[in-house]
Design a protein around this ligand. Structure first.
Ligand code: NAG
Ligand code: NAG
Ligand code: NAG
Length: 338
């Protein structure tokens, strides 16, 4: 039997409570319990969240361990990548990628800067070695050989200052074409020997340890260094928080980072006893907000939040609700009635 005596005509509206800087996001770690190799994990994180997790300080490390639960997880750190000087600021950096290269047999060894030889093939050398170099000039869309011997980074600075950047080579034809800028070998009749093949720095170089999302790296809680095989990717151990080098093709679950809007942005449903006021009158709504703000000021939280009415699809804020029994006058933390 309906208890008509307690049936109240209620009006409900949604109140949006959001942080003042709602456009600011905060970064959180998300654990993904799927076993994937490092690059597949990176792709997964980039598609669904922001990127693989960057752990930049001890506080990040604590949060990462909490998020990881009881797993050994991939994090976003990897051991360098070959890239062109001209692509340096490309974002996000990628570890894998099918970049064109023309390494000589047995190259690249563990050196980090690239020489083009007259043969058209490339070799990796110490970046501090002094060599002539090829600059690309964007204004004339051409390349020039600079006949001064410099280290790779001085050569890069020279090209960027005088032309555009060190030369980039993206196909076989261009690699061979560039060799025409290098001097020919000469045969010395006195010593009966050929001069060595001419070489020049080009823009390809290998970066050091890097974070997948481009964060700069300086916090290094390594457990052990130096494995025998190529181990260019990194896991974090949940129990110690230490990092371990692993082969990038191994499969682990992983930590992503996600940029989320602060949780203060949410909707509160508030119910008001209608009385005679027209609650869909903007002036009445503003007056209610004003009273709520005053209450929040009393509680010292008004600085951090902004209040606004959530407009429903029909353009109205409030809707009548028939209640069978009397609900509390207010069901949210913020209580008010008119
Ligand atoms: C990691 O630390 C940085 C710098 O303090 C901070 O901006 C970031 O929000 C932290 N990330 C997480 C997931 O806590
Ligand atoms: C990083 O990669 C380079 C090039 O493959 C290698 O020579 C170097 O030893 C690696 N670093 C570590 C710490 O494994
Ligand atoms: C990761 O796994 C994918 C297949 O899921 C494979 O295509 C890729 O080559 C693997 N990458 C590495 C570094 O092992």
């Amino acid at each position: 039997m309906m208890n008509v005596g307690f049936s109240l005509l209620m009006i409900a509206g949604l109140l949006a409570v959001s942080a003042l800087q709602a456009d600011q996001t905060i970064r959180q770690f998300r654990y993904v319990g799927l076993a994937k190799n490092w690059s597949d994990a990176q792709t997964y994180c980039r598609e669904r969240f922001s990127d693989l997790a960057s752990i930049l300080n001890a506080a990040n490390g604590t949060k990462a361990r909490q998020a990881a639960g009881t797993s050994q997880v991939w994090i976003g750190l990897f051991n360098g990548t070959w890239k062109w000087s001209q692509d340096e600021n490309q974002f996000p950096p990628s570890r894998s990628g099918s970049m064109f290269t023309m390494w000589s047999f047995n190259e690249p060894q563990d050196r980090k800067c690239t020489l083009l030889s007259k043969s058209g093939y490339w070799s990796a050398k110490d970046c501090g070695d002094l060599n002539e170099f090829l600059c690309y000039d964007g204004s004339s869309d051409s390349n020039v050989l600079v006949k001064q011997k410099m280290s790779w980074s001085d050569a890069q600075a020279y090209c960027r200052g005088t032309h555009t950047d060190l030369t980039t080579i993206r196909d076989v034809a261009k690699s061979f074409w560039m060799t025409t800028l290098l001097p020919d070998s000469t045969f010395n009749l006195q010593t009966l020997s050929m001069s060595p093949l001419a070489v020049a720095w080009i823009g390809l170089h290998r970066s050091d340890w890097a974070w997948s999302d481009g964060s700069s790296a300086s916090y290094w809680p390594w457990a052990t260094q130096g494995a025998t095989e190529q181990t260019d990717c990194v896991t974090m151990d949940f129990s110690s928080g230490s990092w371990f080098q692993q082969s990038c093709s191994d499969r682990f679950s992983f930590l992503c980072s996600a940029d989320v809007v602060p949780s203060a942005a949410r909707a509160l449903k508030i119910r008001l006893e209608a009385g005679n006021a027209d609650l869909n009158d903007a002036a009445v709504q503003e007056s209610i907000l004003q009273q709520l703000r005053t209450k929040m000021e009393e509680q010292g939280v008004a600085e951090e939040v902004k209040l606004s009415w959530r407009i429903q699809p029909d353009g109205k804020v409030f809707h009548r609700q028939q209640e069978e029994t009397a609900p509390p006058a207010c069901e949210a933390e913020i209580c008010h009635s008119v």
